[in-house]
Every structure is written in C-alpha cells, then in structure tokens.
Design a protein around this ligand. Sequence first.
Ligand code: URP
Ligand code: ZN
Ligand code: ZN
Length: 460
Amino acid sequence: MPLLIKGGEIVTGTEHYIADIYCEHERITQIDRNIDAPSGVEVIDASGKYVFPGFIDPHVHIYLPFMGTFSKDTYETASKAALVGGTTTMIEMVCPSRDMSAAEGFRLWQEQAAGKSACDYTYHMGVTRFDDENAAQLREIVASGIASFKIFLAYKGAFGIDDTELYHTLKLAKELGVIVTAHCENETLVAERQKELLAAGLTGPEQHEASRPPVVEAEGVHHLMTFAELTGAHVYIVHLSCEEALRAALAARFRGVNVSVETLIQYLLLDKTDAERPEFEGAKYVMSPPLRDKRNQPVLWNGLQSGEIQTVATDHAPFDFREQKPMGRDDFTKIPNGIPSLEERVKLLFSHGVKAGKLDLHTFVNVASTNAAKTFGLFPRKGAIQIGADADLVIYDPEYRGTISAKTQMMNVDYSAFEGWEFQGRAETVTMRGEVAVRDGKFVGTVGRGQMLRRQPAHF
Ligand code: URP
Ligand code: ZN
Ligand code: ZN
C-alpha cells in the first residue's frame, strides 16, 4: 500500500525542512508540502517528529563461529532488533575459518540470512587467507555485488592474516576498486602480553585491556597505513577505540592515504572500568579492541563532529553472560569477545550525542547512516531522503523517554551492557522499502522481506 508521511521535519546529512513524503513501490516518489492523500494510501502523521533516512550499521556479526562458540543472534532476531532500533540496513562480516575457501565462506554466510531477514543487508567479505584459489574466488564474489573486504590484523591463528597476505589483499582490492575494512591490533604483541599476564596469575576480565593497550592498536593502524600507502588501496579502520590509533590514522590521511574511520557506540559511552566490575560481571564488557580509559571519549566525540571519524557502528557480537562468557572465567583470553548493541546504537547516539550537544543533527545522520551508504556503495539508494531512494524512513520522536533493559530487548542475548540506562528519543515508526516495519516502537514487519543488497566497486 502506498504511504504518505505528513508534516515531519525531514533531516538528512545536509538539510532539514518540513515536508510530506510519498512512497510507492518501495521508493520515495514525491517530497513536497501538503501532498493530498489519494484513497487507499496509509497516512502517517509525523508532525512534531523528525524523519531520518533509515540508519545503517556498517559492522555487525550475526553468524559468528568464534573463540569456541557461536554468537547468539539469528538473522530473524538481529534484523528485528535492528529495525526496532531504527537500523534498516546492516553490513555483516563474513568471517570464514582459515581452512575454508572464500567461496565456501560466502555461501555459508548467505545461507544464514536467506529468507530470514526483516531488514536489508550486505556483507564485507572476510579475507582470512590469501592464495591463488581464494583470489580467483574473491574476484567472483566482488563481481556478484560485494564491494568490500574485511581483514584482521589480530586473532593470531584464527582470522588473522600475515603481512604477505595483507600486501596481496590490498593490491587486489586496489585493482578491483574494493574498500578494505580492517581490525587493527598487533597480534604478536597481544599474544605475548596475554602470556605474560596469565603467567603472573592475572586472569580476570579487567586484564583484557592491559593485554592490548592503546599502542598495540595504534601500531596496528600504522601498520595498515604503511601497506595502504604503498598499494594505494582505500582502507577503513573498524572499531577504532582511542586517541593513539586516531592520531596514527590522521597522520596517514595527512600524507595522502585514503583512510576512513569507524568508531563504536560502546567506546563513546563505556570505559575500561566496566570490565573491572566484580563477580566476573566485567566479562560482559570484554571486546576487542578493549574499552578504554575515559579520556578517549571526548577525542572520539570531537572526531565525529569534526569529520575526522566517518561512522558509528556496533560491531554487534552477542554472547550470553550466563553460558558463554564463563568460558573464560579462569582465563580472560578465553572470554568470547563482543558487546551486543545493535538495537541501542541510534537511541544512545541521539541521547548522548545530539541531546548532550556533542553532535549536531546532520552529523548524527551522517555518522549513523549517510556516510556508511556513501563509503560502501549504497548511496543514494540508502542513507538518503530523495526521490528514487528506497523508502527506508525513521519517524523519530525526540521527546520519548525510556530505560534500556535486557528484559525488553529484541536481541537474543541474556544481558544488556546498558542495563538501566535512560535514553531520550526513539524510532517510533520505521519503514523498510515502503512497508511499515515498526509501529509505536514495536516490530510489525515481515521476516524474510529483507534483501541482500548488491554493490558496485567504487574505483577511487
Ligand atoms: O570483540 C569483538 N570485536 N568481537 C567481534 C569480532 C571482531 O573483532 O570484530
Ligand atoms: Zn574486530
Ligand atoms: Zn567485528
């Protein structure tokens, strides 16, 4: 059924104005003042509300075999949680084990999503091994519509690649015009420091940060920058957590490296003292790179507002507190890494960014939606409110107040890292390609309607 959204304040990365939006055949077909509603059209009153482009989470894990277990969400639970939180498109990391070919990995990840997602999605193709066979398969995967790779400089012996593989992955990416997203931490330093800490009897979750301090991340960034400079590849640093790493990225940008930067909602709001909580509760807050000293948070907020950092993602990786995090009760290196937050990213960024005066509304839209669309070849189909764009719209009530709790969340995980946190503003109504998927904050969409989005390499 066509949809008419009336009287909302449309806010994009560059403009804000009051107008009506008419949507038909999954797309926005008209934007104007006082559009009349023909019969058979659903009319949604958005007066007093913002209308944002559907938000995009450019870094999630849904199917993730990792550290001896599997992350908890399915495409059904994750996509419902995403939509309720205002996220209409997710980009998942395909992370094949090193003994799996790229083609096998890509197939396996697609099987998890097919017919099960309520929102649109695409993938960053993990390159966890680089050889002639995989290179040929990666070319085919790119030709089939995947315009980004993912590499890990961390996780020695698991997803991590060596420098020869890194060099050739970036050369292939440059040739194909594919952007390379990268987890930047020096895996050798992490492994050695983990051994030292354990040998000293330091085994709790609070040791996680000490095993991979800011310089370890900054070294990883600098390392990637050197390879990007030599190959000319466009790179994107995922989950940047600290000032030292940002400085390394900015120094490289200053000398001409084509580098984009992502930070996470967790780094903006949580800090390393959360991983020091007693009774092993700190394990809820173990992820990599680790939560940092609070001094880094203003640097990250300023980096977003000034344009040094392009995106805010979640790196959503849900592992249960009761059954899975205790795998590392006596050894922090075995705690499954990840802090779930797919559902909460937008409301937390709005509350603590926009309402707190750290981000203006346009920057909020850019870092949570439009910049990801532009960086990953989805714009203007996604991340935009303009004629011809997908009718992915978030009608946002800026005055709503609520409290986060695991008891009410849609994510399939037994805790919330933000339990009891109050927030202001929420996605009241969400449309996904013209269908109302969330009404009054509740999921009313269609599981299986989500499509895998095909993207073209950028060649820049
Ligand atoms: O701790 C994290 N970040 N878990 C997910 C895997 C990754 O490194 O992105
Ligand atoms: Zn990572
Ligand atoms: Zn990740």
